[in-house]
Design a binder for this molecule. Structure first.
Ligand code: TYM
Length: 326
């Protein structure tokens, strides 16, 4: 039997090249040999305030980028989380079993809440919804970037806890984190990760950025005062640019270092711009085309949601029967 894969991205802002290199790229590679579900996790996005119009637009744009980047609706199930109510239903049930202390340990919540005067219960509860997303489909593997590892590990703990009380209810999922590209850093500050937030547009290369914007952002990217161009964790700026170059060009680290030997940062930045533009332009153009036909996109997503509901139903029945509901 094919492996079941589940992953998702929040439509909480513009998708960036870190999301592509850390997550979507893996999804495209895995869809031929697995039974995959890829979700636009809009219920996660509303854990922080959203403008309704912008959110609506972001949901559609994210779905269009999934398809444009190579997710094939004939091979994978692509859908919007809020169109499958079983996600919220299972999240509530899990909430009633997860010890408070497990959630309090989540570093992403600590980081996000520390920056806010006020935050919702949803922000705190976010990992329970993520666990529901994964467990609902008896998922084997969850391809994500480094920052989501702790949430997938929590999901495993939740599944093991429920299974130990009620028998074999859930499959125990594995996180799948790429060796390279799992943590793409900010262009302006390579000590923080690239992020969707619109506050610092110079930090991120967005998938929908036009070539001249990409060129400017890379030209301004932070490097250092050294001269040699090589992969070195202790030189985060150059290392990050080289990592993006490696993943977009498909070349090996050795070949890249040989290629840039004796060259300058300005050469690296120029060539990096070329490979990034080559990689993103077809995706941006195809996504723009998909977004123009509103009905076709809506229909594809509705079809995906119907399929997902069919796959979710047996798990919901199993969970309810196990705990005595229904
Ligand atoms: P989100 O929307 O923050 O990010 C989507 C995916 O992109 C990866 N990612 C990165 N990878 C490399 N470098 C970066 N700078 C970078 N930033 C983000 C993330 O690791 C993720 O794989 N909680 C999840 C969404 C989610 C989910 C799920 C994922 C909800 N339910 C179930 C998997 C399974 C999130 O906020 O991802």
């Amino acid at each position: 039997m094919k492996k079941r894969i589940f992953s998702g991205i929040q439509p909480s802002g513009a998708l960036h090249i870190g999301n592509y290199l850390g997550a979507i790229r893996q999804w495209v590679q895995t869809q031929d040999k697995s039974d995959s579900l890829f979700c636009v996790v809009d219920l996660h996005a509303i854990t922080v305030p959203q403008d309704p119009k912008e959110l609506h637009q972001n949901i559609r744009e994210l779905a269009a980028i999934y398809f444009a980047a190579g997710i094939d609706p004939d091979k994978s199930t692509v859908f919007v989380q809020s169109q499958v109510p079983e996600h919220s239903e299972l999240a509530w049930i899990l909430n009633c079993f997860i010890p408070m202390g497990w959630m309090q340990r989540m570093t992403q919540f600590k980081d996000k809440s520390a920056k806010k005067k006020q935050f919702s219960i949803g922000l705190f509860d976010y990992p329970a919804l993520m666990a529901a997303d994964i467990l609902l489909y008896q998922t084997d593997a969850v391809p994500v970037g480094e920052d989501q590892k702790q949430h997938v590990e929590l999901t495993r703990d939740i599944a093991e806890m429920i299974n130990s009380k009620y028998g074999d209810v859930f499959k125990i999922p594995e996180p799948v984190i790429p060796k390279t590209g799992a943590r793409i850093m900010g262009l302006d500050d390579p000590t923080v990760k690239m992020a969707k937030s619109a506050e610092k547009p110079s930090r991120s290369i967005y998938i929908m950025d036009e070539p001249d914007v990409i060129k400017k952002k890379i030209a301004r990217a932070t490097t250092d005062s050294e001269t040699e161009i090589c992969f070195d964790q202790n030189r985060p700026g150059v290392n990050n640019l080289l990592t993006i170059y490696q993943l977009c060009s498909g070349k090996t680290q050795k070949d890249i270092e040989a290629h840039f030997q004796g060259k300058q940062y300005s050469d690296l930045k120029r060539e990096l711009t070329d490979v990034v533009v080559d990689k993103l332009t077809p995706i941006r153009e195809e996504a723009t085309k998909i977004l123009k036909d509103k009905k076709a996109l809506d229909d594809m997503l509705l079809k995906g949601a119907e399929k997902a509901r069919g796959l979710a139903a047996p798990t919901m029945n199993k969970v309810k029967a196990a705990i005595g509901l229904g």
